[in-house]
Structures are given as structure tokens and as C-alpha cells.
Design a protein around this ligand. Sequence first.
Ligand code: UDP
Ligand code: MG
Length: 319
Amino acid sequence: MLPKYSLIVPIYNEEEIIPELYRRLNAVMNRLDGVVELILINDGSRDRSLQLLRELHQKDPRICYLSFARNFGHQIAVTAGLNFVRGQVIIILDADLQDPPELIPDMIEKWRQGYQVVYAQRTQRLKERWFKRFTAYFFYRILKKLADVEIPTDTGDFCLMDRQIVDILNSMPERTRYIRGLRSWVGFEQTAIRFERNPRFAGEVKYTFRKSLALAINGLVSFSIVPLRLSTYLGLIAAAAAIFMALLVLYWRLFVPHSPLTGFTIILMAIFFLGSVQLVSVGILGEYIGRIYEEVKARPLYTLAEVGGFYHKSSNSTR
Ligand code: UDP
Ligand code: MG
């Protein structure tokens, strides 16, 4: 029988968490009013995670798993899960229990009220490093200002989506999968549910600074072209500064007997300033061109090494 609810959880080196994750999810799954499937995506873990997923699949037929041939990243893992889901109602959550599974029944209640998307919005981040809280705070606010769609602040991927939304996401060909943005782009009736973000249950954060930065740039670049305009503005500012300096030098030459223009400091400054304006502009251009290149190559988003479960195919599943 096809499931009504599908839960998607990406897993990357989470061996310490999987037993507790299953315990908490199982309690919630048993309370739901329909058949549930739990899809665990192993994103190229190097620890015993895959082994644990196989065991869970043996023990509990509601559990299916996908295993990538290498680490493709969180957003791609969630995308793979979305490609395989068969339920009417799809819920995405992190493995580390920072997104409390106990919120799921409340989200489903909102779905019953007619919302197609119910996203969880953090009111507070408990015990996360100040640097993460600080950068995340500013990033979400900048994104909100620049993005062409309204992307709510302080929301991650923890959300409930109706099948209709997931079908649309699956039909989007783009390679840069900034799921929280794409989800907003789709539209329909969306609502928030507020929660306090708990600290990670165990283990290290899997989003390194580099991965977080890449995610942030992906979000900005795929939902805004304002950064491209930034080069124009920077260029105009540089031009204005240059004209002002030219006039100043002319004035000094013509009307001031002992020109205060001493040494080459000012020339060096001008060179550095222009150099950085140019490099920043080229860099921004590069971000966009790089993404065009990625799209044109049209490689598959991930490679699957192993699939466990999914014996009943859904007619509207994409593969
Ligand atoms: N994750 C993943 N692939 C990665 C990095 C992270 O599948 O390359 C998963 C990880 O297992 C977890 C979720 O993404 O389920 C969020 O990661 P984490 O808690 O480390 O990041 P946070 O969002 O808390 O900063
Ligand atoms: Mg986390």
C-alpha cells in the first residue's frame, strides 16, 4: 500500500544519532493516522551510518534508504529523497534532532487546514556558536532584501509539503538546489510554525564553514541578480571618485603654489581601489557564469550506489 506520509532525512556521518533518531521518529510515526514511509539518504558517509540504515530497513519495513556513491551535500540528498517519495504529505527534517520530530503532528494539522507548505521558523537557536548565529542572522536578512521571491527569514529545510509542491520541485531542472528558496518560489498557501531550535543531539556539525558559505552564495545567486548590478554601482562610484580626484589635482596645479600632492601613496591607493573593484566584479560575474556552466553540463545531480526498499512504485514518482 502506498504511504500517505513520507519523511525525508539526509544522513552524513551520523552514526551516533541514528538510534535516537529512530526512537524519536518511531514514536511520532506510530501516532500518525496513515501509512508512513521514512526515507533515509546516506550522503556518502564514512562511518557506520549506511550499515545502520540497512539494519533499520531490515527491522522496520516502513524504512527505505538511498545511498549515494559519494558525498553530494545536504541539498542534493534532500532532492534525491524528494525524487523517490511516494506519500501525499512530505516532511523534510535534519538527522541531528535539531528539528524536533514532535512538531510533525502540528504541521499536519496545518496541512489539514488547507496549507500546501508548512515551514518551521526558528525563534531561537539554543547553544549554537555565536559566529553561526550571527552570520545566519545577517544572511537571512540580506537574502530577504535581495531575493526576487519572498523567502521567510530564519527558516531551514524543516518543513511539510503537499505532493503538489513536491511534483513541481521535481520537475524543476535546475542544478543549484536551494530548497528553501525553491519552496517559496512555488507559491501556493504557505504558513509558518514557530519553534526553538535545539542543540545538536550528538556528533559534530556536518556543515563546515565552507559548505555553509557555498549554500549562502547559492541562495543569493540563484534567487537574485542584484549582485550583478553591484558591479555597475561599484564602477560608478569608482568613476565618481576618479573625476573628483582629477578636478582636485587640476585645482592644486593651477591655484595652489605648493601642491599638497606628495608621494605616491594616493596613486597606490587608487590602484588598489580600482583593482579590488575589478576583481570583485569579475568574481560576481564568475559566480553566475559558473552556474550557467553547471546547468549546461547537465550532469545527473547524484549517483546512487544502493537503494533499499521502494517496492511499490508510485505512478507519479520521477524515476
Ligand atoms: N548533511 C548531509 N550532507 C552534508 C552535510 C550535512 O546530508 O554534506 C546532513 C546532516 O547529516 C544533517 C543535515 O544535513 O542531517 C544538517 O547538517 P548539520 O546538522 O551538520 O548542519 P546545521 O544545519 O545544523 O548547521
Ligand atoms: Mg544541525
